[in-house]
Design a protein around this ligand. Structure first.
Ligand SMILES: NC(=O)c1ccc[n+]([C@@H]2O[C@H](COP(=O)([O-])OP(=O)(O)OC[C@H]3O[C@@H](n4cnc5c(N)ncnc54)[C@H](OP(=O)(O)O)[C@@H]3O)[C@@H](O)[C@H]2O)c1
Length: 353
């Protein structure tokens, strides 16, 4: 697979995202998917302590044993009793309440790295990214601790994620001569606002890693028929998966992407990933996959060369797409349609229509 050298590390253009792994369900399939991705050339995996509260890193610890793979980790979100800072997430595990906070104080960041290394069974994180900004801790203090961890050999390269352009500049300046190797950010056909963050990183000489490039599966085609989602799948409530929006996305894919996929013999997901890889300033994509075949297909997207006309067609199709955050979920839509039919029939019987 093609690679890019970004500051102090060299990454494949498609990195495996592991956010969905680590739950107790289908661990064997998750491990098979990780192995398929590595065999297909994704020689780097992106993870974080937050993913399944450490279980993803534990799964990776087993799955990566004996394999030559770079691990891109994160710091700055903690859920132990000592955690301080803005609440990021409240949930429950086995009836136990969990409150995860943005905590990037030096001592928190050090504990994050040390605990990750234990769970992963590794001596070093190849890339250590500040996951989110902690507004109560100056970025310079966080970066100072990451520099110390780098000097100790526990961290290879240093990166960041989800920073605004000003925050990115601060992080870079705090590192002095040591490069801020990467900025991980969201940019896709359905998250065009990320373009600003790509440009900001490029102007500072920082490499770009794009997360959720398939918009969590909304951009693979057939999103409108995704009633198949598990009831616990949080995507059911997200804007792109609300029925009216999913139908619009599928129509845009049908018009802008399917003809190119058919002509080149690739899948919709592969063309969507290739479109991103062709965008200026985009270095690598962090892509999730729930099955080995998906991982192999995603790796293949790095080889797909699109023509200028293809790129324009996709860009223009999605530029005109607007999603409605208040769109009715499918069930409500059906109930509303039923209610309209009943009301219409009643009005007709009463001679009012
Ligand atoms: N830095 C951050 O704050 C941050 C935030 C979010 C994510 N991330 C990183 O980015 C990674 C990827 O993000 P993501 O999982 O949210 O979104 P994504 O990569 O856009 O979408 C992944 C989903 O797309 C579907 N998919 C993938 N390949 C496919 C293929 N070839 N054909 C058909 N469907 C395919 C699968 O859905 P099904 O499961 O329905 O099959 C998969 O779960 C995460 O794992 C994580 O490492 C980082």
């Amino acid at each position: 697979m093609q690679t890019r050298t970004l500051g102090e590390l060299t990454l494949p253009r498609i990195v495996l995202g592991t956010m969905a792994y680590g739950s107790n369900r289908s661990r064997a399939q998750q491990t098979d998917t990780i192995h398929a991705a590595i065999d297909a050339g994704m020689s780097a995996v992106d993870t974080a302590p937050l993913y399944h509260f450490g279980q993803t890193e534990e799964l990776l610890g087993h799955a990566l044993r004996g394999r030559d793979v770079q691990v891109l980790g994160k710091v700055g979100i903690r859920w132990d009793a000592d955690a301080r800072g803005e609440v990021m997430l409240r949930t429950q595990i086995a009836g136990r309440p969990i409150v995860a906070r943005k905590d990037a104080r030096p001592q928190a960041v050090r504990r994050d790295v040390e605990e990750s290394l234990t769970r992963l069974g590794r001596e070093r994180l190849d890339l250590c990214q500040l996951h989110h900004r902690d507004v109560h801790t100056p970025i310079a203090e966080t970066m100072g601790e990451l520099l110390r961890l780098r000097d100790e050999g526990k961290v290879g390269a240093i990166g960041a994620s989800n920073l605004c352009p000003a925050g990115l500049r601060e992080a870079k300046e705090a590192l002095g001569d040591v490069p801020l190797s990467t900025h991980q950010l969201e940019y896709s056909l359905l998250a065009p606002h990320g373009r600003r963050d790509v440009d900001a990183a490029v102007s500072l000489g920082v490499g770009t890693l794009l997360y959720s490039p398939l918009h969590r599966g909304a951009l693979v085609g057939g999103a409108s028929s995704r009633a198949r989602f598990d009831r616990r799948d949080p995507r059911r409530q997200r804007t792109p998966f609300l029925h009216a929006n999913a139908r619009r996305i599928d129509a845009a894919l049908e018009h802008g992407v399917v003809p190119i996929a058919s002509r080149t013999g690739h899948s919709v997901a592969q063309v969507v990933l290739a479109w991103l890889l062709h965008q200026p300033g985009v270095d690598a994509l962090v892509v999730g996959a729930s099955a080995p075949a998906h991982a192999e297909a995603n790796a293949g997207a790095a080889r797909l060369v699109l023509e200028a006309d293809d790129l324009r067609r996709i860009t223009w199709t999605f530029a005109g797409l607007a999603l409605d955050p208040d769109a009715a979920p499918r069930r409500r839509e059906i109930l509303e349609a039923q209610a309209r039919r009943v009301a219409g029939a009643l009005l007709r019987r009463l001679g009012l229509r």
